[in-house]
Design a protein around this ligand. Sequence first.
Ligand code: 2AM
Ligand code: CA
Length: 263
Amino acid sequence: MNIHTLDKYAKSLIKEAANNIKSSFSSTLIIESKSEANDLVTNIDKETEQYFINHIKRDLPDHRIFGEEGFGDEIHDLNGYVWMLDPIDGTMNFIHQKKNFAISLGIYKDGVGILGYIYNVMEDDLLSATIGEGAFSNDIRIPTVEIASVEQSIVGVNASWVIPNKHIQHEGMIKLLQTVRGSRSYGSAAIEISYVVTGRLDAYMSMRLSPWDIAGGMVIAKEVGAVVTTLTNEPINLLQQNTFIISKPGLHEQLLSNYIQLK
Ligand code: 2AM
Ligand code: CA
């Protein structure tokens, strides 16, 4: 399958999976906790991941799947084709708000992101990117992001990092919130990433994200010139959890050198 056929195929799976998710609103959700009380999963997260896996295994048997719910393959390397899938990013929003959740998907070939998708299901907004060919919001090309400064920016940050916590020096975060124009928190990493690449946010950061939360967004980010690193300014390793920042250029350096300090 060439990259454009693969792109069409991935988009058709995403749209069909999203229809199934929306149809599920008429039935009762089964909600469970995972690693901690607030780390939630539903039967729909699981069924959506299985929907992708069943189709990919049938149609592209040599492709591997790295999915949040663990029905895919055990991934210890990025050789060949690897689909990094979060069937529902923002599960708590899905359960409580029935909006602000996304299907997040990155397709990597030998470790290089070739296709990326973030589908905001309830807004019917599909961000997509093909390596070297730019990024799109539905069929509209997304322009390159502009340089930003702290004073004029809106940053996506979870309020828990501004109170004393074990991951980050919260004094720097207070100083940041006193300096920026505004802050926002949407509860879905994929949606926050989608807002940075489309210019609605200037930066978004998190202390702990998994490969499937960010793999699709990283392909899109590259196409529009948004900068993605860990919070210690290192490249993201897609085989493990990472600290994470995506930012417009200029702002990225300011945030890391003047405000963000890990413990
Ligand atoms: P999820 O909804 O797929 O679990 C919420 O701030 C964001 O962080 C969401 O994108 C959420 O993804 C992610 N998240 C929640 N718990 C997490 C965990 N234990 N590890 C990594 N990411 C997590
Ligand atoms: Ca998820």
